[in-house]
Design a protein around this ligand. Structure first.
Ligand SMILES: [Zn+2]
Ligand SMILES: [Zn+2]
Length: 115
């Protein structure tokens, strides 16, 4: 896929409506912020003040890149809502690190009761 094709892809109608759907599914909350705060709560790690709240999701990111998996381009399981900062970060760090978030994000926060 060339850059121009990728650009066209991102602007097509199908993508725009799917993007909205994913943001609504994730309640416009950055899923990586949620994962970061949750894991810090579990490990006792201290977060920087800017990292202590869930930022608003503005980007929909492909967990498996379109270039590598064009077949997953419209797969809702391959899409995740992110804030600007997290989106920048995932594009600058290893994909494997990010994949973990995918599998932890669906667990509801409130079910961690200890008996
Ligand atoms: Zn974020
Ligand atoms: Zn992305």
């Amino acid at each position: 896929m060339t850059d121009e094709e990728a650009y066209r892809y991102y602007n097509c109608r199908k993508w725009k409506s799917l993007r909205k759907k994913i943001l609504a599914r994730d309640h416009y909350e950055c899923q990586r912020c949620i994962a970061r705060i949750r894991s810090a709560a579990q490990t006792g790690e201290t977060l920087k003040p800017a990292d202590r709240h869930i930022r608003k999701a503005v980007c929909v990111h492909h967990i498996q890149e379109i270039k590598e998996r064009p077949d997953l381009a419209y797969d809702e399981e391959n899409l995740i809502s992110l804030c600007h900062r997290c989106h920048d970060e995932v594009h600058h760090r290893s994909v494997d690190d990010f994949k973990q978030y995918r599998f932890t994000k669906r667990k509801p926060v409130m079910t961690e009761e200890r008996w």
